[in-house]
Design a protein. Sequence first.
Length: 242
Amino acid sequence: MSVETPAYELRDHRVLPHDEWVEVRKELLAKEKEFTRARDALSQARRDLPWERVEKDYVFDGPDGKESLADLFAGSSQLIVYHFMFDPGEDEGCAHCSLWADTFDGIPVHLKALDAAFVAISSAPLAKLEAYEKRMGWHFKWLSSFENDFKRDFGAQFTQQEVDEKRAFFNYTVQDPYDTQREGISVFYKDGDGTIYHTYSTFARGIDIVNGAYNFIDMTPKGRDEGEIPQRWVRRHDEYPG
């Protein structure tokens, strides 16, 4: 499978002597610091959000057998769930979610040190997840919600009718969900009594911040170079030529 030709080439870009370049760079640095402070404030506002109690019991199929949502905390009080797009009727997970997932293996041990567990959850049956996981060479914990409504209840799964009618409640507004499966991240907290709370979820561009490839490429001269079709270049890591 070939990768499409880049959308443009860089021509006639502004070039400065070093001393002048440093001054312009310092101007941008001031804006970057302003953005960092704004992001810190946004992160605090996210932590300050009210919570909602999780009233339903969910049981998942995973590498350790049947596990409840409470089990997934694995001794931590916080749980981060990546909603991985994998339709039960497909044999491969979403190529775009696979780009995100390529960075997951090294994360859980560090999150555990900060009292947070991490898992991915998909709608496809466990056997399909395990086959695809083996192909991709991943080792993070990945569970199936095939027999429950977890992904739908937390805004990452839709009916075919909703897709056909281009009308569903996605990302906190009524809009076209585009697919029965959508990407997202949900966060939960479990108190000392075992009560579980949903503290935060984000979807669509809200998950960009955890994509290391995008954050690196945003530093380059050409940036994402995606034209009018976001992620048009993305392939599973074993599908790029060469």
